[in-house]
Design a protein around this ligand. Structure first.
Ligand code: HEC
Length: 126
């Protein structure tokens, strides 16, 4: 298990530093997003569902959407992680409730390639 986690972080680091081999495919990521994340998240500014809008999420400060009621845990994570960069998104999406015990979101993306694709798509939400 530990090995897998370390691999995930290595991949995300490659992503953050522009490693082209693991850049992720935004089109594939959008398909995954529309099937899964979209049940709880909109991509439009100001539109919250069960979860907060993910408009402009990459490098957005954690737990910062006005009018959305975050869990206490998510607000605490903000002090530690500050922003949703690629590494933080990758770690979180691997298993939200295991990585950040106490957050409300229970949907995980266990496959590292799927996460890279989703994060590539999230990068287009500007
Ligand atoms: C079953 C509903 C559900 C699904 C599916 C879901 N989420 Fe979430 N998500 C939430 C909730 C609820 C929160 C708020 C968590 C909290 O406050 O603890 C959240 C929070 C987040 C945040 C933090 C936002 C912020 O403003 O700090 C990100 C990033 C995120 N989700 C990404 C995703 C992605 C990407 C997917 C798809 C791979 C996804 N979520 C699927 C419910 C969901």
């Amino acid at each position: 298990m530990k090995r897998l986690t370390v691999t995930g972080i290595a991949l995300a680091t490659g992503l953050a530093f522009g490693g082209s081999a693991w850049a992720g495919d935004a089109a594939v990521g959008k398909a995954i997003f529309d099937k899964t994340c979209a049940n709880c998240h909109s991509t439009e500014a100001g539109v919250n569902k069960v979860g907060p809008t993910l408009f402009d999420i990459v490098d957005r400060p954690i737990a910062s959407v006005q009018g959305y009621e975050y869990s206490k845990k998510m607000r605490a994570v903000r002090k530690q992680w500050k922003v949703w960069n690629s590494q933080h998104l990758d770690a979180y999406l691997t298993n939200p409730r295991q990585v950040l015990h106490g957050v409300k979101m229970f949907f995980a993306v266990p496959d590292a390639k799927d996460r890279a694709d989703v994060i590539a798509y999230l990068n287009t939400l500007k």
